[in-house]
Write a protein that binds this ligand. Structure first.
Ligand code: UGA
Length: 459
């Protein structure tokens, strides 16, 4: 008999998980409280941008093995229930808002007619799973036993399908052998192809997730702190980073200095981790994360200051092209986007900002409706006094610097992601500023023959 899976919450995480579970051969029902989202998903339309996901969604909704509903009662018959709802930062503090995970459990459990396994995937403050078990125990119908397990998700937006189907590890936080076996069955294919499995208790599973994100955030802020030192000394952080990364104990990943981290996960997760440590009386253990957060936020101000400096000390009336609005490439997600934050700050300082992003325009407009948006990269560049690359989409990295140069008023670029081909832009007459790198002037081609002549003379 086909195992039926319910996925509660159908945002970036839940929609991906639902479609990937269908891809693995399960019958899946996705539940969300947002009727517009459910209408889209039911029709096989993905309400956000995620490479590779629309194809899976359409194939499995068409085949009838993946369906969506706003009624949590319809999920009650599933064999395994995955919790994929959001845990955003609380409006009144640094902690995570766990209202939605609680509401999901409280909404589902009274409808259950047989024993059930509820598996949390959302990122939660340590201790939440135990609290949810208490909620489930209190609300379970007579004779029904509900077990909460925690199976944190490590998928990256933009690569979520690949990360879900071929995860680099599986963490199973369980309180019974039966729960472990059920999860091993669900993930049979990945486990069969060698994915390591770490079986833990509930709190350790919760901690793995926040610790992973906090470590990644710390690594990024570390290299951005080095970038600050480079800016004070004339060093080049891209060279420092490249050399550091060759040490296998350090590695190249997440060691790219630039505008820093954003998105719906890293910023809120380090804050929630600090807040939880405070509640547990061990706040000192994580005070360094405040520095990690500060270093990260300083990068945004640094780019704004750099832009001000580049245009001669005042942004008033200056035309600035902002390339990028998403918090990173391959997503339309603008939650806590460093790019949009900088664009908004520039506008507040009086600049005429025009933003372009290949995928995130609608989301950007919804968050910052007063910014001006261009129809294309070329449109954003037209007449600009300064160009800022803030999200390293390949479309921007592949721009022809000579053609781009013909569109702007001044060939000045700030590369907030240290991602452009520096020499190509300089040879096309651009002055170049990266983060944590010395300012670089245009390369004048006639300099080469002059040098050759000098050599000939010496010879
Ligand atoms: C992050 C984690 O990487 C996932 O493992 C985790 O599952 C996910 O959060 C989550 O908690 O759901 P994601 O938010 O998609 O994934 O973004 P990342 O790829 O981690 O990038 C985060 C930010 O760091 C981006 O703004 C990116 O531009 C920035 N970054 C990344 C750097 O500034 N430098 C780097 O070297 C790498």
């Amino acid at each position: 008999m086909t195992t039926t899976i319910s996925v509660i919450g159908t945002g970036y995480l839940g929609a991906t998980h639902a479609a990937c579970m269908a891809e693995l051969g399960f019958a899946v029902i996705g539940v969300d409280t947002d009727p517009a989202k459910i209408a889209d998903l039911s029709a096989g339309r993905l309400p956000f941008y995620e490479p590779g996901l629309p194809e899976l969604l359409r194939a499995h909704t068409d085949a009838g093995v993946l369906r969506f509903t706003t009624s949590i009662a319809e999920a009650a018959d599933a064999d395994v229930h995955f919790l994929c709802v959001g845990t955003p930062q609380r409006a009144d503090g640094l902690g995570a808002d766990t209202t939605h995970v609680r509401a999901a459990v409280a909404g589902l459990v009274p409808h259950l007619r047989r024993d059930a396994l509820i598996v949390g995937k959302s990122t939660v403050p340590v201790g939440t799973a135990h609290e949810l078990q208490a909620v489930a125990d209190a609300l379970a119908p007579e004779g029904v036993r509900v077990e909460i397990a925690w199976n944190p998700e490590f998928l990256r937006e933009g690569r979520s399908v690949e990360d879900t189907l071929r995860p680099d590890r599986l963490v199973l936080g369980v309180t019974s052998e039966a729960a472990e076996q059920t999860l091993r069955t669900v993930y049979e294919r990945a486990i069969g192809s060698g994915t390591p499995v770490v079986v833990t208790d509930l709190v350790s599973a919760e901690l793995v997730k926040v610790s992973a994100n906090a470590f990644l955030a710390t690594k990024i802020s570390f290299i951005n702190a080095v970038a600050e030192l480079c800016e004070a000394t004339g060093g080049d952080v891209t060279d420092v980073s490249r050399a550091l990364g060759h040490d296998a104990r350090i590695g190249h990943a997440f060691l790219k200095a630039g505008l820093g981290f954003g998105g719906g996960c890293l910023p809120k997760d380090i804050r929630a981790m600090m807040a939880r440590a405070g509640e547990l009386g061990v706040d000192q253990a994580l005070t360094f994360l405040r520095e990690v957060d500060d270093i990260n936020m300083r990068r945004r101000h640094r780019v704004v200051d750099m832009a001000t400096d580049e245009v001669g000390g005042s942004l008033l009336g200056r035309r600035v092209a902002v390339l990028g609005a998403a918090f990173k490439p391959l997503t339309d997600d603008v939650r806590d986007s460093p790019a949009l934050n900088v664009a908004a700050q520039l506008q507040l300082r009086g600049a005429q900002v025009r933003v372009y992003d290949p995928q995130a325009m609608d989301n950007a407009r919804a968050v910052f409706p007063t910014l001006a948006y261009a129809d294309s990269a070329a449109d954003a560049l037209a007449g600009a006094d300064l160009v800022l690359l803030l999200t390293e989409w390949s479309e921007f990295l592949e721009l022809d610097p000579a053609q781009a140069g013909d569109l702007v008023a001044q060939r000045r670029v700030i590369d907030g992601r240290n991602a452009l081909d520096t020499d190509a832009w300089r040879r096309a007459g651009w002055s170049y500023r990266g983060l944590g790198r010395p300012r670089m002037e245009p390369i004048v081609e006639s300099a080469a023959p002059a040098a050759a002549t000098e050599l000939e003379l010496v010879g």
